[in-house]
Design a protein around this ligand. Structure first.
Ligand code: NAP
Length: 504
């Protein structure tokens, strides 16, 4: 069978960029998966501090190649040098954060119950620890060629967990993927680690093959609801189903309450247009659905008319954006408020703002709550914040939900939070949802279709939790236990001992 190569493009011109990257043949995918399986006991058996050191070396090596990597990514994604330079720094800091997570050690939830023969039932010596599941497949995202790609959050958190990683490169930035993967592989080799700790495959069939491969024990994915669902079904349909952590679509409802709408009209309009059009709207946290009083619609519209669009990442995304906004334009309950500027050439689109009423929104919730990937939003007008509660309770899951409120709105904001916390993983107050800090308390997840598992996050320190599962050791001799569970606590990590948390 001839396997097609993966061709890069320049979204600003629509022209090809570089030579096609060879698709990974089936036999090579098998070889890489086998190498990952063989590397697993070696990589997961290293002390956490050693894995931390390797993550930090990868971060340093990526930083050292920043200018070159950013230039390739800019040609392939049109996201701009400043944004991409910042994104690569965020990516390397993310790798370093997982180094901190490993050294601090509480992620493993080491838990010790001393034996007690006098209770009913009698308790033996029980010691519980979260340990890596095995090699992980990571599907890079199109819209973050660094932070959610080859060396992004899924890769960093899985490597930190002790899992070898096989990345399925996104077809929208093959050359950036090749250049980034070369940096990771060089560090792995220089550190004397097995080749199978990190690998990469190219082409859609190679990605599906990874999900089905018996050596792969979990999958991380960022992308569309359709693609994510297809791969989730593949992972679940295996003879041995494996966890699939997909971050999919998100419309990110934003409520602007009446008090602040009157007090800060201009700031809200400017802030909204900036958040909507940042990165040509290609953010999973883009504010696509805004609930606002009628009085604010004109100002929001003026801000969007004055905003610039740009080139989208792929021709398919541009076409999908145009087809979704065409559908909105034809919708009986929806009206166009404003169209911004679209630069000439390539796969460019213009920002757009639409409006509807709360009653019309509710009447066709299934259509109007769909994510429109790109710089378009719908303003849903309301009169009384109390009317929003039953409607928001029915809106599908999102990564974020935002409330803008003045002092006079605080009571309504509190009632909204009760509803919004059930439909979104991060509740934002008086700010815009784009921009996701990478830190210990971050949660980037939410109910379906924001993700395939509302229990987990793909950003922040607890992203590591997806790749590790609990094992309890019962009555094992101390010297045969993992160091995290040994009596003397040789790693000095926080543990829960007989119900009490502490470094003991
Ligand atoms: P996508 O089409 O779902 O692709 C993501 C990855 O999955 C790619 O590696 C793709 O392979 C692979 N894939 C997709 N469908 C597959 C299938 N049926 N079988 C095997 N592999 C499959 O997503 P995208 O191209 O990044 O973006 C398209 C849409 O995703 C956007 O319009 C937007 O709605 C959504 N999106 C959401 C987020 C978010 O964070 N919520 C982020 C980015 C995009 P190939 O690369 O080989 O095609």
């Amino acid at each position: 069978m001839t396997v097609q190569g993966v061709q890069g493009y320049n979204p600003r011109t629509g022209e090809v960029y570089g030579e096609p990257v060879a698709a990974t043949p089936e036999a090579e995918v098998n070889r890489l998966a086998q190498a990952a399986a063989e590397a697993f006991p070696v990589w997961s058996g290293l002390p956490g501090a050693r894995r931390a050191e390797v993550l930090e070396k990868i971060a340093d090596a990526l930083d050292a190649r920043s200018a070159e990597l950013v230039e390739v990514a800019d040609t392939e994604t049109a996201l701009g040098l400043p944004r991409l330079t910042g994104e690569l720094k965020r990516t390397t800091n993310q790798l370093r954060l997982f180094g901190e997570v490993l050294r601090e050690g509480s992620y493993a939830e080491a838990t010790i119950d001393s034996p007690n023969p006098d209770i009913i039932p009698p308790r033996p010596n029980l010691r519980r620890l979260l340990q890596p599941l095995g090699p992980v497949a990571v599907f890079s995202a199109s819209n973050f060629p660094f932070a959610f790609s080859v060396a992004g959050g899924d890769t960093a958190s899985a490597l930190a967990a002790g899992a070898p990683v096989l990345v399925k490169a996104h077809s929208a930035h093959p050359n950036t993927s090749v250049a980034t993967a070369a940096v990771l592989s060089a560090v792995i080799a220089a550190e004397g680690l097995p080749e199978g700790v990190f690998g990469i495959v190219y082409s859609t069939p190679a990605g599906s093959q990874l999900v089905k491969h018996p050596a792969i024990k979990a999958v991380g994915f960022t992308g569309s609801t359709g693609g994510g669902r297809a791969l989730f079904d593949l992972a679940s349909g295996r003879p041995d189903p494996i966890p699939f952590y997909g971050e999919l679509g998100s419309v990110n409802p934003t409520v602007i309450l009446p008090g602040i709408a009157a007090e800060q009209t201009q700031e809200l309009a400017t802030g909204f247009a900036g958040s909507l059009t940042m990165g040509v709207g290609q953010f999973c946290t883009n504010p696509g659905l805004v609930f606002a009083p009628e009085s604010l619609v004109d100002d929001l519209g003026k801000a969007v008319s004055g905003a610039n669009g740009g080139a989208m990442l792929t021709a398919r995304m541009r076409d999908s954006y145009e087809s979704t906004v065409d559908g909105l334009a034809k919708h009986a309950g929806v009206e166009l408020v404003a169209v911004g500027e679209a630069p000439e050439g390539g796969w460019t689109v213009a920002p757009r703002l639409y409006r509807t009423t709360l009653a019309d929104f509710e009447a066709d919730l299934a259509t109007l709550e769909e994510e429109c990937f790109g710089p378009a939003a719908i303003v849903v007008t309301y009169t009384d914040p109390a009317e929003l509660l039953p409607v928001l309770a029915r809106v599908q899951g999102s990564l974020t939900a935002t409330v803008h409120a003045a002092e006079s709105d605080h009571e309504a904001a509190g009632r909204l939070a009760e509803v919004l916390r059930r439909i979104a993983g991060r509740l934002v107050f008086n700010a815009w949802p784009t921009g996701v800090a990478v830190s210990w308390a971050q949660h980037h997840g939410g109910p379906w279709p924001a993700t395939t598992s509302a229990l987990h996050t793909s950003v922040g320190a607890t992203a590591i939790r997806r790749w590790i599962g609990p094992v309890t050791y019962q009555s094992w001799p101390d010297h045969l236990l993992p160091q995290e569970l040994q009596d003397a606590n040789p790693l000095g990590i926080p543990r829960r001992r007989d119900g009490v948390l502490g470094v003991h």
